[in-house]
Design a protein around this ligand. Structure first.
Ligand code: ADP
Ligand code: MG
Length: 456
């Protein structure tokens, strides 16, 4: 098939109002995907970019027919998808190989499912193993292979069925840097040179650079719930050079859009009750979620920015700290929450408070954070409970239960662990990991925050 033919631009996949809710054990419905509409045309390599937990894998499963949307429709070549789509194949982050099958047998799996005769199956698998650079390893078992080679098997297995639509769920993120880079460029070559009959590729990723390096189009998802916030064409010519100014510019542009992501705007949709009498529906103020910024990382980030003269490009900072965007953003959001820095158009600027934070010693830094924490509702809630208990101690579980009135089970755990990380860093309360108890010592009881909360 020629590139031209591939580029005829017929709609392969069409999503119409795709919405997905999950029911939590306590009967709350979490809306993960909200009204997702987009098309994938033949000839396109689309990257779906979004933060961890935003619903990318969920959307991929829905597109391939492995899961059903709660509302909305998926059309494949104009026909509604019901059940696993035989024209689509998936490559998983975790490789998902069967350990008791050889490379050859793993690659043949998809063909077995399609009822292909054994000799044909064998022949096809040998071709694919060769194409993907694994010849000689046909009889090896997955445990004998490196991560990169295992993912090659993952690719060979997906490609063996000649899928029209190749779906990949963060296929390179479990690999080391060099291996990932090799596999990316090899896959791109196969695709660009039409050595595989695939008509379109949909790759889920949380790496901005990876998306800009590989895709023709980048669809950006927000989180809580996932909505499409941008759909950008990427017309940079191949082979792409990560150092080229246009490349850096596009990465920077995506960063700017991403740093405009606002979880709090969508707060009200985060948890939807199916039980109208639940307390958090009855006028009780909602807890605002906090970003998952680890405070040791916050200090490192602020020091680096100070070294750069008080401001720097988020993209460069991420690259230097080896942080993916969804690891970096919670830290910058935390810096903003504590008034230590501001993000403007993809750059991080230290505030006056941020500049003086960097110049202080550890104890003075703790004092600054402690001051900021006093305005954070979840911290106030925890401290208030600890102050009012006679022994000034309370189990972690107690707080998890409270948070689960506001957030999903997973989110509650992450919110609480982040709050505990902050509170311990700032010496506002203690946490014993063995007993899972939060408690205050006498000095902490004399803290102005504790004193101010005593009357509650
Ligand atoms: P991503 O791939 O973007 O990291 P996922 O699609 O895996 O995100 O998950 C999105 C959200 O949906 C997460 O909060 C996850 O906990 C939740 N989720 C995913 N699958 C289920 C399920 N089967 N039941 C309940 N919640 C789920
Ligand atoms: Mg995922």
């Amino acid at each position: 098939m020629s590139v031209k033919e591939r580029n005829q631009n017929t709609s392969l996949v069409r999503l119409l109002g795709v919405t997905k809710m999950y029911t939590q054990p306590d009967n709350y419905n979490i809306r993960v995907l909200d009204d997702i509409n987009f098309d994938i045309q033949t000839g396109e390599f689309v990257a779906l970019l979004g933060p961890s937990g935003s619903g990318k894998s969920t959307l991929l499963r829905i597109i391939t027919g492995l899961s059903e949307p709660s509302y909305g429709t998926v059309l494949y070549r104009g026909e509604p998808v019901s059940g696993p789509n035989p024209h689509a194949a998936m490559v998983f982050q975790s490789f998902a190989l069967y350990p008791w099958l050889t490379v050859q047998q793993n690659v043949e799996l998809g063909l077995v499912a399609q009822g292909v005769a054994p000799d044909k199956r064998h022949q096809r698998a040998v071709q694919l193993i060769d194409l993907i650079g694994l010849n000689g390893y046909e009889d090896a078992f997955p445990k004998e292979l490196s991560g990169g080679m295992r993912q090659r098997v993952g690719f060979a297995r997906a490609l063996a069925v000649d899928p029209e639509l190749l779906c990949m769920d963060e296929p390179f993120s479990a690999l080391d840097f060099l291996t990932a880079e090799n596999l990316r460029s090899e896959l791109l070559d196969l695709w660009l040179e039409s050595r595989i009959p695939t008509r379109a590729i949909l790759m889920v990723t949380h790496g901005i650079e990876e998306a800009v390096y590989m895709a023709d189009r980048i669809v950006l998802l927000s989180k809580n719930p996932a909505r499409i916030i941008a759909d950008l064409p990427n017309l940079l010519p191949f082979p792409r050079n990560r150092k080229a100014p246009e490349f850096v510019q596009l990465v920077d542009h995506v960063y700017k859009i991403v740093t405009g992501w606002d979880d709090t705007e969508n707060d009200a949709d985060l948890v939807e009750s199916t039980v109208p009498s639940q307390p958090s529906q009855g006028g009780q103020p909602r807890l605002k979620p906090i970003p998952y910024g680890h405070l040791s990382m916050l200090s490192g980030l602020l020091e680096l920015v100070a070294d750069r003269g008080g401001h720097d490009d988020l993209y460069r900072l991420g690259a230097e700290l080896f942080l993916e965007v969804d690891d970096l953003l919670p830290v910058t959001e935390t810096a903003e929450l504590f008034h230590l820095a501001e993000v403007r158009e993809g750059d991080l600027f230290l505030t006056e408070l941020g500049k003086s934070f960097v110049d202080r010693d550890v104890n003075e830094r703790k004092a600054i954070i402690r001051e900021q924490l006093k305005d954070i509702p979840i911290i106030r809630m925890i401290t208030r409970v600890l102050v009012s208990k006679a022994n000034h101690a309370m189990s972690k579980e107690f707080f998890t239960d409270i948070l689960e009135e506001h957030f999903s089970v997973n989110e509650s755990e992450r919110q609480l662990m982040t709050a505990i990380n902050w509170g311990r860093f700032a010496d506002l309360f203690h946490y014993d990991t063995d007993t899972e108890l939060l408690y205050l010592d006498d000095d902490q009881m004399r803290d102005p925050l504790a004193l101010s909360l005593q009357d509650f």
